[in-house]
Design a protein around this ligand. Sequence first.
Ligand code: MSP
Length: 525
Amino acid sequence: MTKTFYITTAIDYVNGQPHLGHAYEKVVTDVISRARRSLGQPVFFLTGLDEHGQKVQQAAVAEGKTPQAYCDDLASDWIAFTKTLQLTNQDFVRTSQPRHKAVVQAILAKLHREGHFYQSEYRGFYSARQETFLTEKDRRPDGTFDPMYGEVTELVENNYYFRLGAHQQWLIDHIEANPDFIKPAYRRNEVLGFLKNNTLEDLCITRPAARLSWGIPLPFDPDYVTYVWFDALVNYITVPAALGDPLLAAALPELKLPSVEKPQSLWPADIHVIGKDILKFHAVYWPIMLKAIGLPLPGQILAHGWWQKDGEKISKSTGNIIDPIAVINDWGLDAFRFYVTRELDIGPDGNWTDAGFASRYGAELANGLGNLVNRSLSMLKRYRGGVVPSQNDELAAGTAEAVCKIAGHWDKSELQDALTTTWSVVKRANEYIEQTAPFKLAKDPAQAARLDEVLYNLTETCRILAVLIQPFLPQTSLRIMAQLNLPGQADQLAEAKWGGIPPGHVVGDPLPLFPRRDQPPVTKA
Ligand code: MSP
């Protein structure tokens, strides 16, 4: 059984509306997935929802619903959102699903049996909003806690703890030996610095059921439910387990899930795409959990930065928000996918500005790619009745070089670099139109052969661009293929080989890909 490339996003908290940050992470992961498939790899892309916890329980009660009914209602919006973004995820995991509960409970039973947990009394501070315990160290100089924690209460309770002490050194060694395990490098250094300068405190993995009932019950103690983060991280192996992954079946032999006809080999995940704020959970707790379960670690934790708008934190309360659905309705999905991946490299924080969005739309999409395809096909129609002339290779070498570079960028999840290189092909082809001036050649019958050459180079470049943009701009790629009157999805990079458009082929009608616009984007619903 060959292993499939397995990539995941963080699972979003169900109790909120999808915003730019969620959309960005999902688009980035989708682009990486599509690029890998285009490189010829089988890919499994997983996203989903994090549904347990106190906040959800409280919100459900406030609406007079059961937590499950409350989550089901919201989940349909989130699933619709994956469609709006045209994500190519193969599954959508929800932590309230029975399959997930079964995996979490099998893990808890195993780790408990093997002595990884102990019970102890906790006395201290608790933030319900962040669902986290706080210590004296979390107090600000004036003695208060950061408002992000909401109301902080003092409490004494008995809980189960996961022993982490024995795990610190091997984790440091693993991170040091595997430079790609945490990307980008500065995030890796952050985690290493933390692990080398602190002693890991044992992780509290339960909440008393008396206080919180909306969670996964401990299989060995009905008075407790599982801590949301322990529960949520397991989602990454829930789906492989449900698909009959042999590594999961071996690690959790007592797990009883419906048997599958064609088991898939997914684990270990190749990339977990997450935001910088949840790095510690993924780069410290998750590897330790996996090691304790007896499973190999993921290949890479890829941590992206956070978006701001106009240099300020995105916040509902101040109204500083971007509604991705409003932007997509107004400007089209591909314009949105393009802006977020072109503007922000994976790693640093980004700043959304409406003017920046409009400017990239105008310069790179409308005047760049759109203009190139429209001019090329219009000239082929006008001067040659839409019939592709015989092959000419004037732009072949430069294009091949770019394709090769792009393959490397795709392979390393360097999305911004891939787009920059793709747009160097767009720029070169637009310059070629200016330099060769086909509109002048067309007026001189003696230049007919030269005009044929130019038109072939332009048409073939448009076809190759449909392949190169496919992971990022899937709709535009299909529209270029339709205008070229070519079958297929342009979803294999191997098709970006020069000479693919057959001479004598008749192209379709050119239509503007990105209508010119003067007004800034609508960013709020
Ligand atoms: N439920 C947890 C994740 C559990 S993963 C096992 C969670 N959910 S979240 O809804 O708060 O965030 C989901 C993802 O969106 C996180 O990776 C987070 O970093 C990302 N973003 C949330 N706001 C963001 C921005 N403003 N900008 C970019 N990404 C941001 O955390």
